[in-house]
Design a protein around this ligand. Sequence first.
Ligand SMILES: Nc1nc2c(c(=O)[nH]1)N[C@H]1C(S)=C(S)[C@@H](COP(=O)(O)O)O[C@H]1N2
Ligand SMILES: [Mo]
Length: 528
Amino acid sequence: MPATAAARWAAAAGVVAVAAGVVVGELVAALVSPALSPMTAVGGAVIDAVPPAVKDWAVSAFGTADKLALLVGMGLAIAALAALAGLLEWRRRYAGFAVISIFGVVGLVAVLGRAQASGNAMVLPLLAAAAAILVLRWLMSRLRDWDAASVAVPAPSAAAPAPSAAAASPAQAGRRRFLQALGGGAVVAAVGGGLAAALRGAAAGVSEFRSKLALPAAASPAPPVPAGAALNLDGISPLVTPNRDFYRIDTALTVPAVDPDSWVLKVTGMVEREIELDFATLLSKPMIERHVTIACVSNEVGGDLIGNALWLGWPVRELLAMAGPRSGADMVLSRSKDGWTAGTPLEVLTDDRDALIAVGMNGEPLPLEHGFPVRLVVPGLYGYVSATKWLTELKVTRFADDVGYWTPRGWSERGPIKTSSRIDVPRSGRPVRAGTVAFGGVAWAQHTGIGKVELRVNRGPWQAVELAPGISRDTWYQWQLSVPLTPGQYEIQVRATDLNGAPQIEDRARVAPDGATGFHTIRVDVTP
Ligand SMILES: Nc1nc2c(c(=O)[nH]1)N[C@H]1C(S)=C(S)[C@@H](COP(=O)(O)O)O[C@H]1N2
Ligand SMILES: [Mo]
């Protein structure tokens, strides 16, 4: 095959491979990271980086299509670099892979620079680059096969037409195999790209709404964080978990895109008056803001499926009072946009614990992954029986008549959070220097509060730690203790006791059916 033809096909292979990689990244982003995809991250970084004059020029030249123009420009630039990657890979093995790896790293840097960066978002550029490299490797091997075959048997020229009925020559077979791969790759990338765009389209509109949404100020602001609640200890969990680090658990394969303009919350079932509440009406209600630590029933002892946030919302009890629950009702089955349900005791939604119909998380509208526009937050209960995200309905009912999503799947009907504690520092298995070793972590007993936390070394006597004041009984508390340790191996355990004097359960229990128990135990190597 002539060198120029081979180079052209190699460039085409580069474009198809990188397109396939980008599509993989965007498609997976639509599923696991709707707020941020590799392309939106790079686009956002470009917007931030261009000088204002260029931005003004773009807006005046393209008007409201400026974003589209940016995407088209990005697409062309990426296609050019992708063609170059294909060409380089053809000339020299791995040179093209190196160019694609640089793409991946640029994508990663762009993602890291965005406010919405999350663990999920960070792996996507690398995933996209890996996919592009695999596809390019595959296309290159077919191109090399074709090239080798056409060297062995020169392709028939126009002057000597190929024998039409005869079997294809190896060169023709190689050509066909390469073109099939190239065309197949292009079609798959195009179809996947269309799907990703459709999935993202809905989420993008909702994201846009969210970014422009100004939440009302709280009529009842959160009580001030007590002085000394946040200990100054390296490696301890922050007292308030930033949204981007907040654990996420749900059954939603794609994050539901709920448009606040058409959102309504229905109160149904055993009530005097059924109610439909729209988003604007909800925002006009006197909101309260509270710190609440929510936790997942699947959180293992020492696990990280727990986080503390400042939630803004309207108390569920106010809405339920308007509806008027009928006597005999003892449960509220809350339902989300995607059909998931939780069964919460009516009592905890009507007592003074400030269970919230929440719209805000740490001063922002709820992130899409955390239930935008509206979710429930109930102090003291595991998420699976209380914390419904993308909330659409509250059905007042009875435990005898209805069940939440997880109950028939082997989880308990009721899910009060069990008192527990965790050692954050030092990390288990991480060697530390002999001398005074600082231990620290968090402890929680939502809606009762923590009374004391103790630590023991090698099953010796329990030692009281310094317990920081909690923000409220509904949040976790930080603790710390310095222990002098000589070189050797140690087993360290922590236990908490709630404000009623009830100790954390020592017997180990698995997470199912109603939450793990046992003391968090770490092993520490103390080196000279
Ligand atoms: N719609 C919906 N809401 C849901 C869930 C779900 O699967 N779907 N999971 C619940 C569980 S099990 C937990 S622990 C919390 C987690 O909330 P987070 O993802 O905001 O941390 O959400 C709850 N709300
Ligand atoms: Mo959970």
